[in-house]
Unconditional design. Structure first.
Length: 114
């Protein structure tokens, strides 16, 4: 055995990873809780608090970016961003008014991947 082996406490790779990962996971958990509460408040303020979770998930990013713009993180004058926001408002209102089904609203709001 070498001198280094005798003087260094035995820390396994697993416990080293645990020491590194635990604070990171705690921070992510804390930030996630904060973001969840903030988004729930936003949905409530917009009158969308009672929407089914499936629809909230579909428009989550749209609402998050609306909030970020209102906080002044950036400003978008892009016509396509405005068109998407109008689409979100239209389909959410249509669902709330009983004009369309949940499935139709989700299908219309699903972002098509390239």
């Amino acid at each position: 055995m070498s001198l280094h082996t005798l003087t260094t406490p035995a820390i396994s790779k697993k416990s080293e990873t645990k020491l590194f990962v635990a604070p990171l996971l705690n921070r992510i958990k804390k930030e996630s809780k904060k973001e969840f509460v903030e988004m729930q408040q936003t949905f409530e303020l917009m009158g969308w608090g009672e929407l089914p979770d499936e629809l909230k998930i579909e428009i989550y990013d749209d609402v998050r970016f609306m909030v970020q713009e209102l906080k002044g993180y950036y400003s978008s004058c892009d016509q396509f961003v405005q068109q998407r926001r109008n689409t979100v408002h239209f389909w959410v209102s249509s669902f709330q008014d009983g004009i369309c089904s949940l499935e139709a609203a989700i299908k219309a709001l699903k972002v098509k991947t390239m």
